[in-house]
Every structure is written in structure tokens, then in C-alpha cells.
Design a protein around this ligand. Structure first.
Ligand SMILES: Cc1cc2nc3c(=O)[nH]c(=O)nc-3n(C[C@H](O)[C@H](O)[C@H](O)COP(=O)(O)OP(=O)(O)OC[C@H]3O[C@@H](n4cnc5c(N)ncnc54)[C@H](O)[C@@H]3O)c2cc1C
Length: 507
């Protein structure tokens, strides 16, 4: 089976390029309801004059309708008073001063893929899309806080270098990095945030600060896993780069009936395989026939990787419906069908040439620090079967962890989930015209996977997969690191200029 065909029919496709949306023309319906504002028209005019970038107000009709939208249609009911399209750091400082003078809620937006709509607000949105410069130098890259992964992959791989990133190409570099950044090469190179050397940020009081191991080290620590939107607005990230290597992808697909047999072996891989090898398993019941798919990404040679793959496949007490192996360039594997259509591989709502759709989805997450015993796997399978019987369609994306991720300790950065064997994302997508009640019901169901797996999971959850139904979210996202995060929040945003659902509060 060739790679494109596999992507078309498998669950993997939603995490490569397409990101799980349903249609390319799913813009929110007009008309725009009245958007109340206590800010005088003259103030808005002055702000427009003060900006190098531009200001979009509700009276700008379809321009405003596009500018206000985030990736998830769940938040289409939120109408900002205005959107500032920041062209430089001074624009960020100007906008932060404006919101404090006018007592407005403010949020920043990069890719707009946050799960709980934290990059939109009824106040002022700072859209950072224009800050998308990517400057590659010897061993490092500096990336503007508004860049999308598609552009980062494109420009870096064209120069033969890469940083570890996630798989959905329209995701923003900011949210991804600030929450950690899980991806297919993280066992080899660490999380996205582990490769961050320094960041330039604008703090709540409008001060520009550089953070690194030697400058503002507490803020640098918090930016690596403490979650987007909490501490300051990042205008530039500088990462160390790695030379790209060809990637061998092994794939196998099984009947859902074989889930227990597959999972029992798959969950041992993070300890059995070298760091160059990463694997994912996805039980998927979005379609009429439930399946279990495995994919391994290998940065070592096919000759080195094949024995590990073969041993693993042979250990599964079931026969695969299909298997395949292919080796491609790093660029080709990461960009897939977007390789030659970079402009189109942006969200249709955000870029004139973009064709990628938005999505209605619900998700939650877990981490596992120990292998799950047969009873746990059987319990999960039964829960999935009940979900299928109740027409609750979905999938679970299990990713191996370990390797280079564990070279840092739980307290070295704000990302607490070191030493996990694997992560789980419980995920479903719905038609984009689904009501918020329907999406909420789905979200509750996704969250209930955490309860089902609680006897075997760590109780942790990934801050980049925010779930509003996690009650002890401080513990789940941050564990023991929350105390220090709250202290960093007090130091850099004591007046709580940056607030949001499940946001870090000052100590
Ligand atoms: C389809 C899909 C696939 C995904 N795949 C992966 C994956 O493979 N790996 C992975 O780790 N994650 C993945 N994610 C999760 C993703 O990393 C998070 O949702 C992330 O927060 C999105 O970042 P963003 O910039 O696109 O979102 P935004 O909504 O723009 O931002 C998220 C948060 O960060 C804040 N923020 C934005 N820009 C800045 C800035 N410059 N400075 C400070 N704060 C800022 C926002 O205010 C908001 O609170 C995926 C998400 C989706 C929807």
C-alpha cells in the first residue's frame, strides 16, 4: 500500500496535514451580533494610528468574521471587541498598554489550536500571525511567535535542518512549544521545549525581556511546559537545530479484535527500542469498521530498525491485515502532501490561500508510567466497545515517550511528565455544525476515559490538550511544578493581566 493511500484511509491522516477538520468552507455564519464595547471610538482610532500592524473591528464585516475565528468551531460564539494584528514587538507593547488603560481582557493567538479557546476573548485578541520570520543560522533557528508548523518544517528542511515538532501543520509554534511539544522525533531529540535555547518576550507591563538559562532563568523554566498564555507574550523563540535524516516508516494494521494482543506488546517499546525509534498505536472507531493501526518512525537506517520492528510484530499474538515499510526524506515525511503546496496548507479562515478546514473536536489525555496489566487493557477495550454500541465514535492516539525526553528531570523544566512510558490522547471530531451541547457531551465522554484508566495511569494530563472537565488540573498538568509556576506568575504577572480557564494563578 503506498503512503498516500494509507494516509487517506487511516486515522493517522488527521494528525498529518488535515488535522481532523471536515470542510474547507466552514466559516461562522453572518450576521455579526452587536458587540458591546465601553471603549470610545476615538480610542480605537488612536490605537489604529499607533500600530504598525492593523486593527480589525466588528464593523469590518467578513474581515472581522475571519479574523476572530480559532481552529475549533466550539468557540464561534465568542466575539472579540477587536483583533490587533501585531506587526512587531512595539505593537504588542502598545496593545498591552491599551488593554490596561481600557480595562479589557487580552489574549494572544498564534495558531489558534488551543483546545479550550484560550486564544480568543470577548476583549482584545493579539494575533501574532505577522510575526512569522524564520532565521536559520549555524546550529540555531529563531522563529517568530506567530509562525505555523508548516512554515517551520518547510523552511528548516529546505536547509537540511529540523527541530522536533508536532504533526498538525496548522498548529502554531507558540502554543506547541510553551506546552511542551510532543512529536515523532522526540525520543531522539527531546520535546520541542527541550530544544529552546532562549526566548524574547513582552511581559504584562510592556517590558521586553530575553529569557535563557542565564537570563531570567525562572521565566525560561516556565516557558518550557508551563503552557501558553500564562506568563508573557513570546515574540521570538531560538531553538537548537538538528541535521535532517531520512525517516523509515513502518506501518501495520490489525482488526480491533486484536487490540489487547497489540497493546500488550506495543506498550513495552519505549523501553525496548533505541531513541531513534518512536511508535504510535491508534485504536480507531470513527468509521464503521474499528481498527488498530501502528506506525513507527525511525531515524536510524532501515537495516538497523528492521530487526526491532520485526521482533515487535512477531511478538504480537495476532496477524496484521496489512504491513508496509517506506523510507523518505525528513521533509517528505513531515510535510506529506503539503510538500509542494505550502501556502494551501494553512487554515482557510486565517490565510487567503489556505485551504485547511477548521474542526469541531473533543479530547482529553493521560500519561502512563508503567505498563498496563491485561485487566487494564481489557477494561479499556470493553469501554471502547460500549462506546461503539452507544454510537460514540472516536480514537485513542498512544505515543511512545522516554528516550531523550527523560534526559531532563521533572523539575528541570515546567514539563512534568518525564519518565512516562507513553501518552494517550482520547480524541474525536464531529461535524462542524455540531451544537456546543453536542461537543460538550463528547468532551465529558472523552474525559471519562481518564476515569476508566485511572487505576493504571499517572493521573497527569498534557497542558497542550487542555480539558475543562479535569477538576484537579493544577496537579494533572503540572504536578509538583505548579508551586514554582505560581511563583513565576507572581513575579511576572502579579496583576493577572493574562488570565484564562485553567490558567496559572499568582502565588
Ligand atoms: C489537530 C491538532 C493536532 C495537534 N497535534 C499536536 C501534536 O502533534 N503535538 C503536540 O504537542 N500538540 C499537538 N496539538 C496541541 C497543540 O500543541 C496545542 O493546542 C497548542 O496550544 C496550540 O498552539 P497554537 O499556537 O496553535 O494555539 P493558540 O490557541 O494560538 O495558543 C494556545 C495558547 O497559547 C497562548 N499563546 C499563543 N501565542 C503565544 C505567544 N506568542 N506567547 C505566549 N502565549 C501564547 C494562547 O493565548 C493560548 O492560551 C494539536 C492540536 C490540534 C488541534
Amino acid at each position: 500500500m503506498d503512503r498516500r493511500r494509507f494516509l487517506e484511509i487511516s486515522a493517522f491522516s488527521i494528525f498529518f496535514s488535515g488535522c481532523g477538520g471536515h470542510s474547507a468552507s466552514n466559516l461562522a455564519p453572518a450576521p455579526i451580533p452587536p458587540v458591546s464595547s465601553n471603549v470610545a471610538a476615538s480610542e480605537w482610532q488612536q490605537l489604529t494610528a499607533d500600530l504598525t500592524g492593523k486593527l480589525t473591528l466588528p464593523n469590518q464585516g467578513s474581515v472581522y468574521q475571519k479574523a476572530r475565528l480559532v481552529f475549533s468551531t466550539r468557540f464561534d460564539h465568542i466575539y472579540p471587541e477587536a483583533i490587533v494584528h501585531c506587526a512587531n514587538e512595539v505593537d504588542i507593547i502598545t496593545a498591552l498598554s491599551f488593554v490596561q488603560r481600557n480595562n479589557l481582557h487580552v489574549t494572544s493567538r498564534c495558531g489558534g489550536h488551543g483546545y479550550t479557546g484560550n486564544s480568543t476573548t470577548t476583549g482584545l485578541v493579539l494575533d501574532l500571525t505577522l510575526l512569522n520570520t524564520i532565521t536559520i543560522s549555524n546550529g540555531t533557528v529563531t522563529i517568530g511567535g506567530g509562525a505555523r508548523l508548516v512554515d517551520v518544517y518547510d523552511q528548516l528542511t529546505a536547509r537540511g535542518v529540523a527541530i522536533p515538532l508536532g504533526s498538525c501543520l496548522s498548529v502554531g509554534i507558540s502554543g506547541l512549544t510553551l506546552g511542551g511539544g510532543i512529536g515523532v522525533v522526540d525520543r531522539a531529540y527531546g520535546l520541542t521545549c527541550d530544544n529552546l535555547l532562549s526566548a524574547e518576550v513582552i511581559t504584562a507591563d510592556g517590558t521586553k525581556v530575553t529569557c535563557s538559562a542565564t537570563q531570567e532563568p525562572d521565566l525560561y523554566w516556565a516557558l518550557r511546559g508551563g503552557g501558553g498564555g500564562n506568563f508573557a507574550i513570546v515574540s521570538n523563540f531560538t531553538f537548537k537545530t538538528h541535521a535532517t535524516k531520512d525517516i523509515t516508516v513502518f506501518e501495520a494494521s490489525y482488526a480491533f479484535a486484536d487490540f489487547e494482543a497489540v497493546m500488550a506488546q506495543w506498550q513495552t517499546l519505549s523501553q525496548a527500542w533505541p531513541n531513534e525509534m518512536w511508535a504510535q498505536v491508534i485504536p480507531n472507531w470513527m468509521n464503521s469498521t474499528a481498527t488498530v493501526s501502528i506506525r513507527a518512525f525511525c531515524l536510524n537506517t532501515v537495516a538497523q530498525a528492521r530487526p526491532y520492528w520485526q521482533l515487535f510484530i512477531n511478538s504480537i499474538n495476532a496477524v496484521a491485515n496489512s504491513t508496509s515499510v517506506s523510507t523518505n526524506t525528513y521533509r517528505n515525511v513531515m510535510l506529506g502532501t503539503c510538500e509542494n503546496t505550502i501556502a494551501a496548507c494553512h487554515l482557510s479562515s486565517q490565510f487567503p490561500q489556505g485551504t485547511m478546514p477548521r474542526s469541531a473536536f473533543a479530547a482529553s489525555s493521560d500519561f502512563f508510567h508503567q505498563t498496563v496489566p491485561p485487566l487494564g487493557i481489557q477494561t479499556l477495550k470493553t469501554f471502547i466497545e460500549e462506546s461503539i454500541a452507544n454510537s460514540n465514535l472516536g480514537m485513542i492516539i498512544f505515543n511512545t515517550m522516554g528516550g531523550a525526553i527523560d534526559e531532563l528531570s521533572q523539575s528541570d523544566t515546567a514539563f512534568i511528565h518525564r519518565n512516562a512510558l507513553f501518552s494517550a490522547e482520547y480524541y474525536t471530531y464531529l461535524p462542524t455544525n455540531s451544537s456546543n451541547d453536542t461537543i460538550d457531551q463528547s468532551q465529558k465522554w472523552q474525559n471519562s476515559f481518564r476515569d476508566v484508566m485511572a487505576p493504571w495511569s499517572s493521573g497527569g494530563a498534557y497542558v497542550n490538550y487542555l480539558d475543562a472537565y479535569i477538576e484537579d488540573w493544577q496537579q494533572a498538568y503540572y504536578g509538583d511544578n505548579y508551586t514554582k509556576l505560581a511563583q513565576v506568575k507572581r513575579k511576572y504577572d502579579q496583576d493577572r493581566i493574562f488570565t484564562m480557564l485553567q490558567g496559572v494563578e499568582p502565588a
